[in-house]
Design a protein around this ligand. Sequence first.
Ligand code: FCB
Length: 443
Amino acid sequence: MATDARGAAAPLPRFPDGFLWGVSTSAHQIEGAADTRAPSVWDVFTAEPGRIKDGSTAAVACDHVHRYEEDVALLADLGVGAYRFSISWPRVNSPGGLDFYDRLVDALLAAGVRPVPTLFHWDLPADLSWLERDTATRFADHVAAVAARLGDRVTKWITLNEPAEHTLLGHALGTHAPGSRLLFDALPAAHHQLLGHGLAVQALRSTGADDIGIANSHGPTWPASQEPADLEAAAFYDLLLNRLFAEPVLLGAYPEGLGDLMPSPDIEADLKLIGAPLDWYGVNYYAPTLVGAPQGTEIDFGGVRMPAELPFSVREIEGVPTTDFGWPVIPAGLTELLTTFASRYGDRLPPVVITENGCSYPGLDDQDRITYLEGHVRALHDAITAGVDVRGYFVWSLLDNFEWAEGFARRFGLVHVDFTTQRRTPKASYAWYRDLLTRSPME
Ligand code: FCB
């Protein structure tokens, strides 16, 4: 908690009127009820021994499909203005699948919480692959079907979640589903997701939607030193994590040289679709990354194996607190990221919404999470004061959930979930966030 010179807690700054406060989840991580939907690439991946650290699967997860009313009550009690969840494409493809989202949306609206669905959060139907161009067209059809059913009540949409991680971890390094270890041959998966985004925006626009964004993950890339080899490696990492996914969307162009690597019968036509203006730009922020020249050996970084042949190496940031996932806690990185984006992209950057920010810590009296969140809320305010147009902030996550390759070991929730009994218990951070939202006006 920030304190003033006398050690008293400094008041939280005032945010602009209409600022949207929310929390986020995703379908595969909370829904469970895997027996009532078609399989996704994550079900296939999880079934292979050794893929998930604690050997778990998301077949039940938080059993949210059966307990969504209780979870909506938790949202209402928390006092958030909006709830970001994702719509499972395999569930939509299954009988009655859309009925579930229909009920969820109605329950949210009845509770006074705005539904903000993400249309793809990594759980691709098991028979599809983002390495195939056709998947982008199939995605647009899926989006059209969802919008036809929910578009009378849902007005704010997110196309994709973190195509960068889905490409890097899922297709290049193979630590996430679908588990392909293609290194740079994974780039088509990036292009086809981005094309899917462009086609999804087109499909949503044709229904009159005017509140559309994407949730891209970004973070400052810090060079390990000022040596040319480290600077070059850090610039390359920045290109992969930040520019490769921001620039086609914001500028309608791939960074220098990369467009030539993308498979397309007509790259200019693709980029025109991908770069169609958005109403806002979603940023998922967790931490900066320290990057240096390759070290010639494969290293394990936060559970992700970094092959020696990559032209960079991720280094540990020393001297800062870390979460129990080992991620460095650096709130000022959020201010740096947002001010860098505002100066890099100028008026091509639409208003920003922080679509994810949060941390993994154990326990119910989670003071570390409160410190993390408060630091980031202040850092966000610093970015607004510096002139960045930020319109919303979503904590990851409402509930402890299935944290991908980590299984259930990493707890990101404001609400604790006992995965044996499914009992939900709000943590200290839930009360802290509720206070932040109800303190009106914030000083
Ligand atoms: C992000 C993902 C989200 C969650 C958090 C911790 O990369 O979008 O699903 O796993 O990390």
